[in-house]
Design a binder for this molecule. Sequence first.
Ligand SMILES: O=c1[nH]c(=O)c2[nH]c(=O)[nH]c2[nH]1
Length: 286
Amino acid sequence: MPVKLGANRYGKAETRLVRVVRDGPVHHIKDISVTTSLSGDMEAAHLTGDNAAVLPTDTQKNTAYAFARRHGVGQIEAFALLLARHFVESQPSIHHARVEIDEYGWRRAGPHSFVREGGEVRTCLVHHDRDGRSTVVSGLKDLVVLNSTGSEFHGYIVDDYTTLQPTTDRILATAVSAQWRHTGDDSAYEPSYEQVRNALLDAFADTHSLSLQQTLYAMGERALKSAPEICEIRLAMPNKHHFPVDLSPFGLDNDNEVFYAADRPYGLIEGGVLREDAPDAGFAWE
Ligand SMILES: O=c1[nH]c(=O)c2[nH]c(=O)[nH]c2[nH]1
């Protein structure tokens, strides 16, 4: 039975890198995790073990460290583009580079002291190919938010297995994962990130929710309206259920004041919002 090599890529996952910038006694830090994936002329490597076309994953890791020293680490999207273009443009056997970076935030606590931000992780996903095409997706994950009212859920299908009671006042809580696609590859990524993050939070806070699906769409729509440089956003939001505890055995009422914060299972609501005229995404999300 004849077989052939299918889609493949290889690289170094989660290279942890901290870059310190020394501005006299005042230091600045950038804390990132870099994942590189390369693809190209890899038939021989898989079929015969000939590694002539393989840029080792160890070298990919070293390049991230060397580039951090040589170029600094500014906006993660720009650093990812720098790496992706380097791999494709310096190695004829590499036709495509995918670079993913997560950035962990630190808050200043002194000239050279920092406290790790407990909040969200900033992310990016960049592709570059040998035809010179680049795509940039920015994002965030683990942005945990909660509305203690302003959320209803009713009017859903009721079948033989439905036990859920309709509610006109519940807690709505989620950990937002969002990724948004830039139309071009030269956005002002830092202000763009702030703009989109604020839009997501504002829409979460001021949308009177009839479902997490409706809130998701409102957040995506607000993000697109706030940031003209992006054309598509994808959101994944777990419904972190909060169930009112039955306190009647103790002779107590519970008017939406005491909740059991369930861990799992959780609803998982996922969806995208895009401009009607968004250009084709190509390999941007791969
Ligand atoms: O906002 C919600 N959407 C659902 O689809 C759903 N399903 C469910 O049980 N609770 C909820 N809440």
